[in-house]
Ligand binder design. Structure first.
Ligand code: HQG
Length: 181
């Protein structure tokens, strides 16, 4: 049997990032939905998630993908959204001088031409350490880690944001700010 924490995490990623309409819920523009509505609608779509299981998914998730509001009544995905319902107003902050992006070898030619693009997601995802980037890149094929000159981008006026779970986000990275790590 599949691990209930992992399968629930995948289900919640799908619903809270990409397709809230698939279980008839709406997210506010910051990505939040009431926990009670989420659990009721999940149950109505053959997904029984107990409050305890939800708590375990939020607490144990290796990437802290989900955030509970301080009073515990609302939940959101920390990052990775593609649904147009959500437009989190992240506060722009100064990034570390260097950030990393993990990708796959077969994307490199296109990235050298176009730079990094957000694609389906709302942002390009970057990490503060090369090891995390390596793991992200592995999901797509033979991993390659790129170094992003975040200090130069910041000086040029590009904005950077830090998600609840400490993923660095930016709109796009032009090729001149990229180098092999
Ligand atoms: C690539 C996971 C061609 C980009 C991870 C990446 C992350 C281009 C792929 C989060 C390109 C998009 C996000 C261009 C970018 N030409 N390819 N111009 N620009 N790409 O999955 O960054 O498990 O949407 O390099 O940990 O891999 O979901 O983004 O390979 O934080 O919580 O296009 O997803 O987190 O792939 O991963 P993705 P990502 P979760």
């Amino acid at each position: 049997m599949s691990d209930p924490i992992k399968s629930t995490s995948k289900f919640l990623s799908y619903v809270l990032r990409h397709h809230p309409e698939s279980i008839g819920i709406e997210l506010d523009s910051e990505g939040w939905v009431d926990v009670s509505i989420l659990l009721t609608q999940a149950a109505a779509h053959q997904r029984d998630i107990s409050p305890q299981l939800l708590h375990d998914v939020v607490a144990n998730n290796n990437k802290k993908r989900f955030t509970l509001s301080p009073d515990g009544t609302r939940i959101r995905a920390a990052q990775g959204h593609s649904t147009a319902q959500v437009n989190i107003q992240h506060q722009a902050i100064e990034p570390p001088a260097i950030l990393y992006h993990g990708t796959a070898q077969h994307f490199l030619a296109s990235i050298e031409q176009q730079g990094l693009r957000a694609g389906q997601r709302h942002h390009v995802h970057l990490s503060a350490d090369a090891q995390t980037a390596q793991q992200v890149g592995q999901r797509h094929g033979k991993p390659v880690v790129l170094q992003v000159n975040a200090a130069a981008m910041h000086a040029a006026g590009f904005e950077f944001y830090l998600s609840d779970n400490r993923v660095w986000l930016t709109q796009a990275v032009p090729p001149e700010f990229l180098a092999p790590a």
